[in-house]
Design a protein around this ligand. Structure first.
Ligand SMILES: C=C(O[C@@H]1C=C(C(=O)O)C=C[C@H]1O)C(=O)O
Length: 278
């Protein structure tokens, strides 16, 4: 459709509104067809045992649409619309509740990011701590936890990344999806699924450093391994631990990691790189 010449818009207000009504009907028809396909996917169990939530596929859909976006509608508006469409299709496929830490109610960054990404209608469930939110995902009570991005200055209790041990839990998305290129994510989504590569991904590495592994030393080691950190934090308490965001999709058996000299290293997750706002 975008390649066909667009007819010139009518010049009087009444005809313009008739044309907008016609377009709304066409959009609605397509939305109904889209949700019929999702219903078919869910009822025919076409996904088999595969997870309902596929954050990599969602990122690819949004990237494709942003790429072809022409005209006056802002990129942020396109993302907003499709986040709601995708949220509606996730809701159609079964119970889909998001766990958030209850640090300051609806205003807290995790709740705001969860709302923006998973839509206004997706149920959010508040837990007293990020760790309890993670436990609810590990136990299958909720589908995803949205947690604030780690910060070197945070207290040990909110430092969820230091205590993310339950098997199968992975960081699967960085939020928001639309962000300035050098911005750090404001929140991360954690779920029990193996993320799919999207062609442009990033990963979170948790490192238990030796005493000689100062922050600059860790950065230099990662850089030499072809994993230059976008940012890196190192905390001393309750025990020394560092966290780095590195470019690329890292599967669990990533060969570049086996030669690294740290006492312990773990991939906390891998997810689509956010898209620029402009
Ligand atoms: C429809 C699907 O399920 C979910 C909803 C999607 C959508 O509405 O496009 C995309 C990926 C999944 O998170 C799918 O797997 O394709």
């Amino acid at each position: 459709m975008p390649d066909q010449p667009t007819p010139p818009p009518p010049t009087d207000l009444a005809s313009l509104r008739v044309e907008i009504d016609r377009i709304d009907d066409a959009l609605h028809d397509l939305l109904m067809r889209r949700s019929d396909l999702v219903a078919h996917m869910a009822s025919a169990r076409l996904k088999g045992g595969a997870p309902t939530f596929r954050p990599g596929r969602e990122a690819l859909i949004l990237r494709r649409l942003l790429q072809r976006n022409r005209g006056a509608m802002a990129r942020a508006a396109i993302v907003r619309l499709w986040r709601e469409i995708i949220a509606a299709s996730l809701a159609q496929q079964g119970r889909f509740t998001i766990a958030v830490p209850d640090a300051g109610g609806a205003d807290c960054v995790a709740s705001r990011m969860a709302r923006a990404h998973f839509g206004l209608l997706t149920p959010l469930k508040a837990y007293p701590t990020p760790f309890r939110a993670l436990a609810s995902v590990a136990g299958g009570e909720t589908a995803v936890a949205v947690l604030p991005a780690p910060d070197e200055a945070e207290q040990p209790e909110p430092a969820w990344w230091m205590r993310m041990e339950a098997p199968g839990l992975r960081v699967v998305a960085a939020l928001p999806f639309l962000a300035p290129p050098d911005a750090r994510p404001q929140a991360y989504a954690v779920a029990t699924l193996v993320p799919e590569p999207t062609g442009r991904d990033r990963s979170l590495l948790r490192i238990e450093p030796g005493p000689e592994h100062t922050r600059p030393r860790i950065a230099a080691i990662l850089e030499a391994a072809g994993l230059p950190p976008r940012w890196l934090i190192r905390r001393e308490s309750p025990s020394p631990m560092a966290l780095a965001e590195v470019p690329g999709y890292l599967p669990d058996d990533e060969p570049r990691l086996s030669a690294l000299p740290f006492p312990r290293l773990q991939i906390l997750g891998t997810y689509a790189e956010p898209e620029p706002e402009e």
